[in-house]
Design a protein around this ligand. Sequence first.
Ligand code: CP
Length: 348
Amino acid sequence: MSTTAVPTSSLLHQWSLSHAAWDGLLRAAERLRGPAGTEPLLTGKRVAMLLLNPSLRTRLSMEAACQDLGAHLLSAEPGSSWNFEWRSDVRMDGAAAEHLEEALGVLTGMSDAVALRAFAGLHDAAEDAADPVLELAARACPRPLLNLESAMDHPHQALADALVLRDHFGGSPALHESAPRRRVVLSWAPHVKPLPMAVPQAALGAFLREGHDVVLAHPPGFELDARVLTRVEALGAERGGTLETTHDRDAALDGAHVVYAKSWGARAHYGDVDAGATAVRAQPSWRVSEADLARGDDAVFMHCLPVRRGVVVDADVLRGRRSLVQQQAAARLPVQKATLCHALGVDP
Ligand code: CP
């Protein structure tokens, strides 16, 4: 979370956005769902996308957004491209054939904006907390830079989730006094392996900034990054949002309007994949079922996808009328259009 020199139209972290910028991007996304979303607003622009990790929604929303708005997308990833090193001053005698500093120089030389996905390494908690690959890119990239999920944050998913909440509740209590605050529960979920904290931290930031009463429920030992929590809680408080943290899942679900499930790894096992996998498998009762949703107040289910059925959530919840997971995925496209327009200085 250090200072960087990338252009201000970049989107590095959702907590770096002012409230005006957050609301502006969401307003633009709403407009870009309509006819403006297929106007040639970005004709002549090139966007370079580097995905260091797998993706379905992010890749397709970037491709579709560029296609709809007339921009050209260049994309690269390890496999079709080289394996990349990001640490400074290392002797590159392993699998990585190219350093990201050189790669980013190539990308910026051929494009008007760069978009990067670089997940947490999950070896060293302190290293991941510094979001090192995104920070390196921010230092090396003179073009607007979009974070397509980094170690600590997934700002595009946060914006999409906020858009879905506004749709579902008919507005945002952060903007309209008449809109009631809702009980939005972010519930840790089991998994087969430890996952990064970017998405739950992004979701918390979105719910708080939207002015809701947010409950973070997780088993002991699964604390999120304290600095991020402090930051998003403070931003949320400016918009009327509140944050409560609990280990009591049943109490958290009682009266919930939204149950957002997400798995992440235990802090004590950071860097130990086997122990981390054992820890995330050891709490199967946290899997979301219809009975869990029934504890809520007409509760809807949210998850960013991809999701493992029967591990994170039961299939009937995913298929059920209370599931918003497809709306969340669909919202990624107008959000991507909005952040691309903003990055490239176009007012949609
Ligand atoms: N939710 C999300 O970012 O999906 P992908 O990892 O498939 O892009």
